[in-house]
Design a protein around this ligand. Sequence first.
Ligand code: PEP
Length: 261
Amino acid sequence: MKKTLIVGNWKMHLNTHQASLLAHRLHQHVAAHHDVEVVIAPSNLSLQPLSVELDRRKFRLAAQDAYPKDEGAFTGEVSFAMLRDLVHYAIVGHSARRIYFNESLELIRDKVESAVRNDISPILCIGETKQDRDNGETKQVIHDQLTTALSNITSDDITKVVIAYEPVWAISTFDGEKAKPDDMQRAIDYIRFQIKELYGERAALAVRVLYGGSVTDHDAGAYLRLKGCNGVLVGAASLNFHQFAGIVESAHRLQHERGVA
Ligand code: PEP
């Protein structure tokens, strides 16, 4: 059985001191389970200290983004090549990057390729905006984002890529609109169908697909129960160690139920 993947995206929160404090709390409250992989994505600034402070048997690290060229005159950027010894994963194509930094489909394609070339598993975020959804274009958007991002990835490498379905309208809404599990199921099935078209049946079953969008400890189970959902990408709730630990426990409980069923 695949491990459930729980990824905490700390976004642009916490200075290094605050990040170390939260990491310490997570150590105390998040249990290690053989069937759950827990990944933390702090700011780049905290990756180095957390790589020393975190127990690597319990937590893995992810970058929130990186630049596709390995080195050069790209002031302000950090490359996947620079991060390769620090992180297992890197978030790529997050909707915040697509929307606020105008990242194009082609730039995201280059980032996915660079991550894989540097032995980092990209967590490729895809998902439609509210307007796309209202226009009935959800499938088209998923198709375009997915096929372009994966266009330089071979069938040998596709299982290194994790796909996070994150409908933009469901991110950080909490009290507002929540994604319905049925809608998520349709999207997950469609993502696997696209992987099958591109890489065949085995890859479609093997690739890990996550859900992301205002997940909390109260509703994580509803998403994790979906057929073909291998985990969740968690933003705001990952900054609260009680909630994040609760999400990890939900994942473990579900794996246990499946194991004994
Ligand atoms: C995210 O950052 O990818 C995310 C899903 O955030 P939130 O859980 O806050 O919606």
